[in-house]
Design a protein around this ligand. Structure first.
Ligand SMILES: [Zn+2]
Length: 67
């Protein structure tokens, strides 16, 4: 079963997940920051990472608590 390294789009935490699981249900919530957005490491460039780091956490699409 192929595995793929993904990185949290919130904090950059790397995580290895099975590709089939990633396609079916995503990588789940980040254990460090709780964000649910992940991108395969192979698809992220250094420019992408820098832009992610520079974004304030509030504008990264976190669900409003009161929604
Ligand atoms: Zn994270």
């Amino acid at each position: 079963m192929p595995e793929v390294t993904v990185e949290c789009l919130g904090c950059g935490l790397p995580r290895v997940v099975r590709e089939s699981r990633l396609v079916r249900s995503g990588a789940g919530a980040c254990p460090r920051c709780g964000y649910v957005g992940w991108a395969p490491s192979r698809d992220l460039t250094e420019v992408d990472r820098r832009e992610l780091r520079e974004l304030p956490i509030a504008v990264r699409g976190r669900e409003p608590a009161a929604a």
